[in-house]
Structures are given as structure tokens and as C-alpha cells.
Design a protein around this ligand. Sequence first.
Ligand code: AMP
Length: 298
Amino acid sequence: MKIVQTFAEARELAGGRVGFVPTMGYLHEGHISLVDAARRESDTVTVSIFVNPLQFAPSEDLASYPRDLDRDVALVEAAGADIVFAPPLAEMYPSDPLTRVTVSDVTETMEGAIRPGHFDGVATVVAKLFAGIAPDAAYFGRKDAQQLVTVRRMTADLSFPIHIVGSPIVRESDGLALSSRNTYLNRDERIAARSLSTGMFAVAAAVRGGERSGTVLEQIAAGPVDAEPGIDLDYATLADQESAATIDALDRPAFLAVAARVGRTRLLDNVHIDPDGGDWVPDEGIRLDTTSILYREA
Ligand code: AMP
């Protein structure tokens, strides 16, 4: 495996079909599942590790975001990637960028409403990575559901010849969706955080039981979070998988997304719900049966 700092080197070393996994590092099994998916479908697997300042508001956790390149490199190498692209700030932003990629409409609800400018930062860095790496396919987690919608739309609108693949959420053994930010949680916060996935599993059960009302599904998602002291719900929303618009009923491919704050940490979770032979099938994701590598030194 090669570790490179420039787009030119990343492109030079790549051959055949290139699968690309963009990350902000401090990797866990969610990221590794994307590398695995890329590995199955690509000749070259390139993983980028870059904490993108453009997608953080001044009030957010850019400075404290966990970083450990040596640890990440060891994990990515063990997963069978070929190239780690870990650019310095000057490679990604040689000068203060005057260009922003703004994806309208799909960024208006949920995270977009709460974090103004966030998806501009995401769309801009992903567009730059797509242009600089020139992959054939790029792998994203369903964990960041609205981000996936935004990236799909940006890719289509800007005619990037790149196939976007969405992968299921990987969860800790008690259900909590894996996130690099889970490392911020203290013991009490970690217990409270579990209420998000409890709500998601209840939503999945309700969908399997025939529930189709957006309001009812949102109430089911919110219930365990509202009942838990020390965690504040930002939203529980049933949204269209293509437009990220809020919908009243489960009548098209959708996801039920929740966001909550516990201490200084914001947490996201969702359940994607897809049609399958006249039925609606919720995707609860994949659960680890051991402690996550998130809590292990490399
Ligand atoms: P991040 O490093 O948080 O920017 O995430 C990089 C990629 O990993 C994004 O496509 C995320 O959606 C994906 N990802 C993060 N957490 C998970 C998870 N628990 N399961 C699946 N994918 C994830």
C-alpha cells in the first residue's frame, strides 16, 4: 500500500477500475465496510483521509475532531486498500477557494436546516476529490443519509462519470451507529446515545408490522430519545431517498432519520426503507459482535 499526499501521485499509482472511499479518518468498521465493498468491485482501492475544514461551522468541532494517521494507515492496509491519499491542507486548498458547490433543495431539510453551509462544504470537497482522484466508483455510508442524497445529486448534476454506491450502517454491538465522534462520549452519554438506535429498531419493527404513517413512525423514532435524560432530539423525520424532502407516508423509497445532541456531541442515525416485491423492508444495518476498533489502538 502506498501513502501519497498529492492528487497527481494518487492518479499515477492507480490502474484499472478505481474504487474510491472518502473519509475524515479515525476509522472504524463503518469505514472498513466501504473499503471492503470497494475491494470487491475494483482493481485499485483508494481511501482519502482529510478532515475538511469547509464543512465545519466555526462553532463546531474541527479542532478537536479525532485524528491519528498511523492508526488509520494500519487499518486501511489490513483492509486491503492500495492507496491512502492523505493530503495536506495546501494540496486540497492551495489558495482560499472562491468556488463552492451548492446543491439546492435536497440540502434544505434536516442536517441542512440545522447546519447552514455544511453541505456546501461536503459537496465542494467531494467534487474536488472526484476531479482529483478520477475514480470509477465512490463508496458512501447510508449512515449519513442526506449526505448520500446530496452526493448523488451533485454527481448527476455535474456529470461526473462516477458510480455512487451506498452501504448499510455498521453499528456497535448495542446498536449505536458507529461514528468517529462516539469517542467523545463519556459513560453516561454513551448510555443515553443508545436511545437513537432503540428508536430506529422500533421503527423497523413498526414498518414490518404494517405502519405507513410518517407522523407515527417519527413519534416511534423520537420516543426513546425523548424518554432519556441528557439527550436532546433535533429531529425525527421521514424523508424521500431521492429528494430528502419530508414525506407524510411511506409510499416511496424513504429513510427515517434522527439527530440528537448529547453533551457536546451530535449523533445521527437512520433506517432506510426500500420496496421489495410489494412490501416495505427496513434496513437496520449490521451489528458488530465485539468491541469496535474505534476504542482500540492500532
Ligand atoms: P466520515 O469519516 O465520518 O466523513 O465518513 C466517511 C464515510 O464513512 C461516509 O460515507 C460515511 O457515511 C461513512 N460512514 C461513517 N460511519 C458509518 C457507519 N457507521 N456505517 C457505514 N458507513 C459509515
